[in-house]
Design a protein around this ligand. Structure first.
Ligand SMILES: [Zn+2]
Length: 170
């Protein structure tokens, strides 16, 4: 992607910094595959803080509306993004592995340079279901139809979906 917003995450937390802004959807290169059209932008806020266990975290709030492709009819499907998550900043590989074993914790390795826009794109992609589609029988009226949240299965754990796909015989 062409836009970069690089921080030293631990320094960001130390200074309890907060950044917010808007990013045009067209700037997200990996997200393009999911989009029916890439007009518009998303809003974000990222802030550094120390949690109750004295661990550094980045809180990310991401909001906006995007036009996804319905996987049944390939028509446009409005989807609201409303993400509010916090990422534990693991200082070592070992800490990252320990955090990954706990399913309730999202962690990233606190490297000296983190591109926040990449993190935002990652969070948006993770929040999308692989089975995005209009409700049954609604494929002809795409423009006003909103994504049916009941069809979004397990959005925080896309790897479970991947595992299921891998186990499928070809
Ligand atoms: Zn459809």
């Amino acid at each position: 992607m062409s836009v970069r917003f690089v921080i030293d995450p631990l320094d960001f937390v130390r200074k309890t910094e907060v950044h917010h802004g808007r990013i045009p959807l067209a700037e997200f290169s990996r997200l393009q595959d999911f989009l029916h059209e890439n007009h518009g932008e998303i809003g974000y806020q990222v802030s550094g803080f120390i949690d109750q266990d004295d661990k550094p975290r980045l809180r990310m709030k991401i909001t906006g509306e995007i036009q996804l492709c319905c996987q049944r009819c390939l028509g446009g499907l409005m989807h609201r993004i409303d993400i509010d998550t916090s990422l534990l900043l693991a200082k070592t590989e070992r800490e990252l592995i320990l955090a990954d074993e706990d399913n309730s914790v999202d962690a990233i390795l606190a490297t000296a340079e983190i591109n926040v826009f990449d993190l935002i794109e990652e969070e948006i992609i993770l929040s999308l279901s692989i089975s995005v589609r209009h409700s049954e029988g609604k494929c002809d009226v795409h423009q006003s139809e909103y994504c049916d949240p009941t069809e979004i299965a397990n959005p925080k754990n896309p790897f479970a979906v991947l595992d299921a796909l891998k186990k499928k015989p070809h």
